[in-house]
Write a protein that binds this ligand. Structure first.
Ligand code: GLA
Length: 395
């Protein structure tokens, strides 16, 4: 009996070391990379992906941590007689594409759905999970975004009047693909996309998710972006090494976002330990956008190895203050002015007390790269309309 118990304990250690290891080393910090959807959407081709890989390298983005080149929806072709999925004519050679991306020191991401169809109505993985995971592994895929899409209808048809049963069905579907990935023995970052339904942050890690979307789709629009960002309040405790909240991919460099709005966007994502998946057309990237996306001091906050997501410490009408504790004992403090005009915090103060610095702090302005010396709880700061300030506070 004793030896049986010891054997069981031994098995548990081996299983935990395999499982826990993959949990903590894969996406140990929030994943960084680029995804095709926000710019190319359904028009993306093999050529665009190769070009993105080239430009991630030549722009210096790879060297500051952008690693995953992710093909979003619309790469899917038909299944053959054996049920094996093939890419469509826009992607003539997936294995060749993966080899190319890997030759640049980068990793390749792909996209599918647990339903019969993806959101753009291409072939999904329902009923072919193991087969698809195997195909991805054979191609050399390193990351899967798994998007609910048509599975919502499958759930509704199965349980029109039972939300709990529908939710269970969804979790099972995500777990099914998780198991299929594990079976390939190829590490793949597993990215859940079901728009934050059913408090995914509470069960995402149990179905193997390394990240999970917390909201519906973003857009290159300041108001939409900040609505999404502020809706993250309270979710910080669910994130950590290997498992992250994902408020969606970056829109920096897209649409009409101004320099100041792009700074706010990046500031919000790094204070929240969000995945940094760029979504712009890298061949059109301006020096200004590149400098925002590649700011090493700012990225270091996102990638801080303690992996603690920041939280809101104060919300006024036009001012929000968020704080994030960092591994070296310092705290990142982000101040946002969602109003349109320059604002010296509308009479509000820095709220350093709530951020854990009742006696004031030594502050470093991260975007400006400037030491600000001592600051006090009762100080205010000048913040441009739609702008943000990112500070690093020490005692
Ligand atoms: C959904 C997702 C997007 C994108 C599209 C592709 O809308 O939320 O991020 O993947 O599908 O069809």
């Amino acid at each position: 009996m004793r030896s049986f118990k010891l054997l069981l304990a031994g098995c548990a250690v081996v299983m935990c070391s395999a499982f826990c290891h993959s949990q903590t080393t894969l996406a140990a910090t929030p994943p960084m990379g680029w995804n095709s959807w926000n710019w190319f959407a359904e028009k993306v081709t093999d050529k665009d992906i190769r070009q993105a890989a080239d430009l991630i390298v030549s722009s210096g983005m790879r060297d500051v941590g952008y690693t995953y080149i992710n093909i979003d929806d619309t790469w899917e072709g038909k299944r053959d007689a054996n049920g094996v999925i093939h890419s469509n004519e826009k992607f003539p050679d997936m294995k060749g594409l993966a080899d190319y991306v890997h030759s640049k020191g980068l990793k390749l991401g792909i996209y599918s759905s647990p339903g019969p169809l993806t959101c753009a109505h291409y072939e999904g993985s329902q009923g072919h999970e193991e087969q698809d995971a195997k195909t991805y592994a054979e191609w050399g895929v390193d990351y899967l975004k798994y998007d609910l899409c048509s599975f919502a209808q499958t759930m509704k048809q199965a349980y029109p009047d039972d939300a709990n049963a529908r939710n269970k069905m969804m979790r099972d579907a995500y777990e099914k693909m998780h198991q299929a990935i594990l079976k390939t023995h190829r590490p793949m970052v597993y990215s859940l996309c079901q728009y934050g339904n059913d408090s995914v942050w509470q069960w995402g890690p149990q179905v193997g998710a390394n990240l999970w979307r917390t909201t519906n789709d973003t857009s290159a629009n300041y108001d939409r972006m900040m609505i999404i960002a502020f809706a993250q309040a309270g979710l910080g405790k669910y994130a950590g090494p290997g498992h992250w909240n994902d408020p969606d991919m970056l829109e920096i460099g897209n649409g009409k976002l101004t320099h100041i709005e792009n700074i706010s966007h990046m500031t919000m994502w790094v204070i929240q330990a969000a995945p940094l998946i760029a979504g712009n057309n890298l061949s059109l990237m301006t020096d200004d956008v590149r400098s925002i996306l590649t700011n090493r001091a700012v990225i270091a906050i996102d990638q801080d190895k303690a992996g603690k997501q920041g939280e809101r410490v104060f919300a006024g009408e036009e001012i929000e203050i968020w704080a994030r504790p960092l591994a070296d004992g310092s705290t990142a403090l982000a101040l946002f002015n969602v109003g349109r005009d320059w604002n010296t915090m509308a009479g509000l103060t820095l709220h350093l007390k709530e951020a854990g610095f009742p006696g004031g702090a030594h502050a470093y302005d991260v975007w400006a790269g400037k030491d600000l010396g001592r600051i006090k709880d009762t100080d205010v700061m000048a913040i441009p309309g739609h702008g943000a300030v990112l500070l690093k506070l020490t005692r």
